[in-house]
Structures are given as C-alpha cells and as structure tokens.
Design a binder for this molecule. Structure first.
Ligand code: CA
Length: 542
C-alpha cells in the first residue's frame, strides 16, 4: 500500500505540504475538485488518533503531471506526459527537459508519491539517460536521472577535449544542477519539496555519489555509492598499465589462459569459506603465497600452450594484483585487484581486461584510451599504449583530478548534517577494484573517526559479484530500503540480505550481505542440496 507520508515525516514538512496543497486546490477551483484529491490513510492506523494530524490530501499524478507540462523551470522547458502501465513499469508521469545548453534530464512521478526523491547516477562517461528502475518507482519515489550534460557513447570522453563546461558538468556540477531544477519542478507539481532525497549510483554513478557527499554535503539525506570509480586518475592509470602489459609481446590472454588462472585460484581458495561453490568469499585468506601463481609458469618462461603462463602473461598478473602509483599526488594510485577465481566469468576479464585476446575490445583498454586522448595528451591521434610515462603531463593530471576525483575522505560536513552513506562493492569486480573502495573506507575512518564511521557509514562487499551486477555471487540487495530505514527511522543497517535471481526474477539462492571485512561463511550441512541456497546457512565472520 502506498502512503503519501511515512509515519516519520517531519511535522513541519507535513504542514508545508498541506498548506501548499490547499493553495494549489484553491487555484484549481477549490475543495470541490475531488477528482484531484486522493485520500490515503496510513496502513493500520486508528482513524481518530488524537496526536496524529488529519489526513492530508494528495495531488494525483495526473494533476502533478499537468502542473508541469509546458512550464519552464530554471530555464528548462518541461514536457510532461502520462505513461500507461506496462508489464515491467507502473503507470507514471515522465517529465523531460534540458537545462541549457545541453544537460538533459528526466523525472518520473509515481502513481502515488511517497514524498521522497531518488536520484539515479550514471555510468562510464555518461552521455545518455539510463533507464529508470521500475522497482524504485513502484515504491513511490519520484526519480530523476540525467545525461550529465553531453550526448555520446559512455565509452567516449571526446566532450572533455572540446567542451570545458561539459567536462565540469560530468565531473561534479551536473548533480547539484539537476537537483536544483528537480526540487523546483516537484514544488511546482506537488506544492512540496521532497521530505527526503537519496542518491544511488554504481561505477561512475558511484563516483557521482561520493562526489555529492564530498562537494555538496547538504544535497542528499542518504547516499549509496556502489563500486565507485572515485579515483579517476588512479583507475585510468592502472587500466593503462594493465593494457600495456597485455599488449607486450607474449602478454595476450586467451579465454583458455584466463580459465587456467581462474581454476588455479579456485582450487586454492574456494573452500576457505566453508563451501566449494565457485566463489572465494574468504578473500583475505586467499593470499598470494597460497595461490602461488608462479606454479603456472611455462618451462623457460616461453608460452608453450594452454596449460601454463608465459613470463609476459605472469607480468599481466603482476600488473593486476599490485598497487600502481603515479607522480603528482598521494591519491594518484590504485590498490590493485584480488585474484578471485572468477576471472573466467564472461562479465569479468573478457569484458573488462583481456577481450579474450582482442585487447581493443576490452573496456579497461577503451576507457584509458579515450582518457589519454582527451584529458592527458589532449590529442586524439595519440597511441595510449605508447604514451609513456602515463603521468608525464602533470598539469593535465591535476586538471583531471580536480574535475573527476572524489578522493576526499574527510566527509564530516556530510555526516555532521545527518547524512548516511552506504558503500557496496562486488567482490569479483574486474573493472574497479574492491581493494580501492576498502582503501577509501579505511582513509575515511581515519579522517572522520571510528565513532562517526560506525554511526553514519556502512561498507558491504558481495563476494563473487562482477562490476555492479552479475557473476556467480548474490548480486541483488535492497540497499535503498536499508538506507531509507536508517534515515527515516534511525534504524542503522547491519547484516543485509543478498539474493541471486534468474531472468524471471525468481530467487535462485541467498546469502547474508556482510559488512567488510566480514564474509559469509557456510555453517550448514555438507552434501545438503538445500542448505547452501539459504542465507540462514551462513554467518558473517572475519
Ligand atoms: Ca566458496
């Protein structure tokens, strides 16, 4: 059941909305316009509770939509149309607009507004508005997303070479700009600002999340940063190093070589978490000494087939697993990646690192290549694999960091204003390293103190999960519900639930989603078909 106000909305907000609704109704012809009013009572609430305010009239989505269509808000002309329900998306009002010169955004108004706003972050170098999430809309959130100010493929940074303002919007300005317009639009449509505003994003959207926390600390009540690309300089530099190792003579990783490496890691580490399930959940115990990659070396170091790795291929593994540091700043670094045993998952090394031998098809190569061309060399004819050293143009490096890096761990302004932060990272992420997020979290704890860290932040790692989603692990958790409970009811999240669903949405198995550095350890029966699928068969431990 949808309710316009949760029991925990502030009285001040209720009064503001009630007054504004009355004003709006008056403007529309007064209280006789009952078609425009939907009374919704709290579920199970007594009808006459003395301390409760009277039920508040709600602006219907049709009326809210009509209030916006054709209006100009912050220089943006709005088009608002009702979208009928489909199999996958509930009925809603879709509001489209462009903040001049070229920042396109879309707002979705749900059938019954819960009074809260959900800002959905982007991905890669943005350039398009990502599809809105049906499950968030169906919970009654008003949603907003943007293309961050330019229109292009998410793998292209061409905008950064030619359009300084687009580069600033991408880096940090698009979110506060769109928020300002969205808040104004919601006020126009409902006569009320949102009671709570949340941001959630993954990958570059996770970077946008941390950027908002660091540079716009009063913008959101709660933020979910998943697999955040918070360190643009460090990540792109590490991508470049990995790509160069793969491009070196003999460095190519075919599917068979990746499978060889993955099985070697699983053989060493899969069972360390109490169950051989194809996922190394106890990553901390899976040490380099235990894995012993050197055991895979071809005799003499020269490639002699699919059952061993050449010295050049071992150099790729070294580039992957070791930290990378670059000249100019202590933040110009990357922690390196874990060997997880899931490198051979289709969404892992093939997609991001090796291209199964076609390096130019791997996304790490593509991202570092467009970054070198447009931010660093500032010349699109530059070959990113021979652009060395990668950190040669210090001015360009500083400029990119100033635009894109969200490495500031002193987030006290956000925490002191009551903000809550949830970090999440897939344990088998082959794009952005979970070790980097762990590093940021450790620095955050040092910067704000253990007490504030415990009181207002959480960090979850989902073992066996690829970049943002996918992989053999349980990749689905309701972080938004956890955040909302935390913000509105002061119910701090602890262990959460992670599920693996099939394409029909049916739960295949579940795990506890543990707070880092804890991991889910199997405590159920051995040789039990059902036990491993149930979250109750695991405990979070470290
Ligand atoms: Ca395991």
């Amino acid at each position: 059941m949808h309710v316009f106000f949760s029991k925990h909305s502030s009285a001040r907000a209720r009064l503001q909305v009630a007054a504004a609704s009355v004003a709006m109704l008056a403007a529309c012809g007064g209280g006789s316009d009952n078609h425009g009013v939907l009374l919704v009572l709290l579920p199970g609430a007594p009808a006459a509770q003395p301390e409760s305010p009277p039920p508040t009239p709600v602006v219907t989505v049709q009326k809210a939509c009509g209030n916006l269509n054709g209006q100009t808000v912050a220089g943006a002309s709005l088009t608002a149309v009702m979208i009928p329900a489909t199999k996958t998306m509930a009925m809603h009002c879709r509001v489209s607009g462009t903040i001049p010169p070229a920042l396109n955004f879309q707002i979705a108004l749900p059938e019954v507004w819960n009074g809260k706003l959900y800002y959905q972050g982007g991905g890669g170098y943005n350039g398009t508005i990502l599809p809105l999430q049906p499950q968030v809309l169906s919970q009654g959130y008003a949603m907003v997303a943007s293309d961050s100010g330019h229109q292009a493929n998410a793998l292209s940074a061409d905008f950064a070479l030619t359009d300084t303002f687009a580069a600033q919007l991408f880096g940090s300005l698009s979110v506060p700009t769109v928020m300002s317009t969205t808040t104004e639009a919601l006020t126009l449509s409902y006569g009320a600002q949102p009671t709570k505003s949340y941001f959630e994003g993954c990958s570059n959207g996770g970077r946008e999340a941390l950027m908002a926390v660091q540079r716009s600390p009063n913008l959101f009540d709660g933020v979910i940063a998943r697999a955040p690309a918070y360190n643009w300089v460090g990540f792109m530099g590490a991508f470049n190093r990995n790509a160069r190792a793969l491009a070196a003579p003999g460095g190519t990783f075919t599917a068979a070589k990746t499978a060889l490496l993955s099985k070697h890691v699983r053989d060493a580490c899969d069972g360390l978490d109490g169950i051989v399930d194809g996922v190394v959940s106890n990553q901390a115990a899976c040490t380099p000494a235990l894995i012993n990659v050197a055991a895979l070396r071809c005799a003499g170091g020269t490639d002699s087939g699919d059952s061993c790795l050449s010295d050049a291929q071992l150099d790729v593994v070294t580039s992957w697993t070791t930290e990378a540091t670059f000249t100019g700043s202590a933040t110009f670094r990357n922690a390196g990646w874990n060997l997880t045993g899931n490198e051979d998952n289709p969404g892992a090394w093939r997609a991001w690192v090796t291209g199964d031998g076609n390096l130019a098809g791997a996304q790490q190569f593509l991202f570092q290549d467009t970054t070198v061309k447009n931010y660093l060399a500032r010349d699109r004819s530059t070959n990113s694999l021979t652009y060395a050293p990668w950190d040669q143009n210090q001015n360009a490096l500083y400029a990119m960091a100033a635009l894109n890096d969200a490495t500031n761990a002193d987030i006290r302004p956000f925490l002191n204003s009551g903000g809550k932060l949830i970090l999440w990272h897939g344990g088998s992420d082959s794009a952005l390293s979970v070790k980097s997020t762990a590093e940021y979290y450790a620095t955050l704890r040092t910067s704000v103190g253990a007490a504030a860290t415990e009181a207002s932040t959480r960090f979850y790692v989902a073992p066996g999960v690829n970049h943002c989603s996918g992989g053999p692990g349980a990749d689905s958790s309701d972080l938004l519900a956890a955040l909302d409970q935390w913000v509105t009811r002061s119910a701090a999240p602890s262990t959460l639930l992670a599920e693996k669903r099939d394409t029909e949405g049916t739960v295949v198995f579940a795990r506890p989603l543990c707070q880092y550095p804890k991991y889910p350890r199997y405590t159920g029966l051995i040789n039990d078909a059902a036990g491993p699928k149930s979250a109750a068969s695991y405990i979070c431990t470290s």
